[in-house]
Design a protein around this ligand. Structure first.
Ligand SMILES: Cc1cc2nc3c(=O)[nH]c(=O)nc-3n(C[C@H](O)[C@H](O)[C@H](O)COP(=O)(O)O)c2cc1C
Length: 181
């Protein structure tokens, strides 16, 4: 039996009503039906990364997180920028995956979204460095910035305009092509 492919999405914002989580919910409409798509909302429960604990036995929440990422075929990360960088909660989650290497060669798509006109460019750049260090595969056309995000998505996780929709579809298609080939 052919195993169903799975895409895991992670929002860099744990805020109720997050525009980044809203984008990941909007993306669900464009994921092919034969691919499982889950938005993992557990990064808020991970302890602070500590190399001492990493070398011993980390808590179950860390082990479960690693397993979910390991069993995924691809990842979509959608994050805001905080203080010109990646939100600590997301960076912390990624640090738990460094030594265990679940992101090694994992196809990844990266979105940053911001109410500003810069689209979270500094967080985007920083996240790309981190993923590069972890040897994740950011897929071709798998990188998007959504500036002025509040003009592009409705609160009910639908896209407001055709060009935003096409950008999101192109990103998802790149990821799907990568995992299907
Ligand atoms: C502490 C803090 C720092 C922020 N720093 C930035 C920033 O450096 N660049 C930026 O574009 N937006 C910044 N913002 C605004 C966020 O982009 C905005 O709050 C966004 O809606 C957060 O994403 P979310 O809606 O997914 O929670 C900051 C917001 C907070 C609360």
């Amino acid at each position: 039996m052919i195993k169903q492919k799975k895409i895991v999405a992670i929002s860099g914002s744990i805020r109720e009503g997050s525009s980044n989580t809203n984008i990941l919910k909007a993306a669900a409409a464009f994921i092919p039906q034969d691919i499982e798509y889950i938005i993992y909302d557990g990064i808020k429960d991970l302890p602070h990364f500590n190399p001492d604990v990493d070398r011993m036995k980390p808590e179950d929440v860390v082990t479960n997180f690693r397993k979910i990422i390991d069993e995924s075929d691809a990842l979509i990360i959608c994050t805001p920028e905080y203080a010109k960088g990646v939100p600590g909660v997301l960076k912390n989650a990624l640090e738990w995956l460094v030594s265990s290497a679940e992101l090694y060669k994992k196809p990844v798509a990266v979105i940053t979204a911001s109410p500003s006109i810069l689209g979270g460019d500094k967080a985007h750049e920083s996240l790309m460095y981190t993923l590069g260090m972890m040897d994740a595969t950011v897929v071709k056309n798998g990188s998007l910035l959504f500036p002025t995000v509040r003009t592009k998505f409705n609160d009910d996780a639908t896209v407001k305009d055709e060009s935003t929709k096409q950008e999101l579809i192109a990103l998802i298609n790149s990821l799907v092509d990568e995992i299907n080939n």
